[in-house]
Design a protein around this ligand. Structure first.
Ligand code: SD4
Length: 326
C-alpha cells in the first residue's frame, strides 16, 4: 500500500472510529444525576392546622422528614390550650402531668420516652434517646435527667387552667378511661420530605386523670406510630389500651405492604378492634396512614375525627370516614 493510500485509509478509519465513539458517547454517556424532588407531605391526627402547616412549610424548604415531624408536633406540645399534649396537658389522678412520646426515622431507628415530668418537648427528647443513647425507650426520671443533660428546660406542665379542671375533677374523682371524641387529642404526625423519605412523631399526655404510671399506645413503637420507609407510615390516637392490643400502626404498615391502600389498611386495622366489642359507645380510636406513593387515608370509630393533610403546599382538613358513619 502506498503511503498516501495508507494515510487516506487510516484517516477515514480514524474518523469513522471517532465518529462511532462520539455516537456511542451520545448514546451511552450517563446523564448527570437528575434530582427528582418529591412534593413533601405532612399528615397529622385531628384538626391541628398550625402544627401541620409548620411541618409542611418546613418540608417545602427542604428539611428532613424527622426534623419536620418533631418541629410540627412541638407546636401542640407548647400549646397551652391543648389539654392532651405537652404543657397544659391534663394530669394523672394524683395531679402530676406525665408525658409520653416516640419518634421513628426513615432508616428504621426510633426513640421513645414515657411518664416524663417537667419537660415540654418530649418528642425532641425521644430523638435524643435515639441518637445519644444505645436504647430505644427511657422512662420517668431517667428520661428527665437525660433531658437536662441535653439542655432542656425544667418547666411546670400543670397550668392554671389544667389545675382548675383537675380540682373540679377531684370533686367526683370519677375514673373512666374515656376519650372525648370531640376533643383535640394526641398528635401523631407523618412526614414525607423532598427525598421521598418518611418519618413520624407521636406525643401525648395520655388519658386525663389516668392512674399513676399508666402509659398508653402513643410512645409504643408499632402501636402509636410505625414507619417503614419502603412502604409508608401510620399513627394512632384514641384509647391506647385498644390500640396496643392490636399493635395498630404496625398492622397498618404491614397491610399496606400486602397491597392495601392507606385507607383500606386503616379500615382493616380498625375492624380488628371493633369486631371484639359489642358496644363501642365508650371509646374512640382513629388511625392515619400514608404510603410511599404519597397516598393518605384515615379511619375512626366515631364520626368527628379529622386529619390534616399538607400536600402541594396546601393544608387541608379532611373529615375522616368512620365505622359508625350512618
Ligand atoms: C393514650 N392514645 O394515652 C392516647 C390517648 C389519646 O388523646 O390519643 N389521647 O391512650
Amino acid at each position: 500500500m502506498k503511503r498516501r493510500d495508507f494515510i487516506t485509509k487510516s484517516t477515514k478509519a480514524g474518523v469513522a472510529l471517532s465518529l462511532g465513539a462520539t455516537l456511542m458517547a451520545c448514546v451511552e454517556k450517563p446523564k448527570s444525576p437528575m434530582i427528582h424532588r418529591k412534593q413533601p407531605i405532612a399528615l397529622c391526627t385531628w384538626g391541628f392546622v398550625n402544627a401541620n402547616l409548620v411541618a409542611g412549610k418546613a418540608l417545602d424548604q427542604g428539611i428532613s422528614a424527622l426534623d419536620a415531624a418533631i418541629k410540627g408536633v412541638a407546636i401542640e406540645e407548647e400549646n397551652l390550650k391543648n389539654t392532651t399534649v405537652g404543657k397544659g396537658g391534663a394530669p394523672d389522678r394524683e395531679g402530676n402531668v406525665t408525658l409520653d412520646a416516640c419518634i421513628m426515622d426513615s432508616n428504621g431507628d426510633c426513640g421513645a420516652v414515657v411518664c416524663v415530668e417537667n419537660i415540654t418537648n418530649v418528642a425532641a427528647l425521644a430523638r435524643i434517646v435515639m441518637e445519644k443513647t444505645p436504647h430505644v425507650m427511657l422512662a420517668g426520671s431517667g428520661a428527665e435527667e437525660l433531658a437536662y443533660k441535653y439542655g432542656f428546660q425544667k418547666e411546670q406542665l400543670l397550668t392554671e387552667s389544667s389545675n382548675k379542671a383537675y380540682q373540679e375533677w377531684l370533686e367526683t374523682s370519677e375514673y373512666k378511661p374515656i376519650i372525648n371524641i370531640e376533643n383535640h387529642d394526641t398528635i401523631g404526625m407523618l412526614c414525607m420530605d423532598q427525598n421521598g423519605d418518611i418519618a413520624g412523631a407521636c406525643t401525648t399526655s395520655g388519658l386525663s386523670y389516668k392512674m399513676k404510671g399508666r402509659v398508653g399506645d402513643s410512645p409504643i413503637i408499632g402501636a402509636g406510630l410505625f414507619i417503614d420507609n419502603e412502604i409508608g407510615g401510620a399513627a394512632a390516637t384514641g384509647l391506647g389500651e385498644e390500640i396496643m392490643k392490636n399493635v395498630g400502626s404496625f398492622l397498618i404498615v404491614e397491610l399496606m405492604r400486602q397491597g392495601k391502600s392507606p385507607q383500606e389498611a386503616c379500615e382493616e386495622a380498625l375492624k380488628r378492634i371493633t369486631s371484639k366489642h359489642e358496644k363501642l359507645d365508650h371509646f374512640q380510636v382513629a388511625y392515619i396512614a400514608m404510603n410511599k406513593a404519597g397516598e393518605t387515608g384515615s379511619y375512626c370509630i366515631h364520626p368527628g375525627f379529622a386529619r390534616m393533610e399538607y400536600k402541594n403546599s396546601i393544608n387541608t382538613r379532611v373529615a375522616s370516614k368512620a365505622y359508625l358513619d350512618v
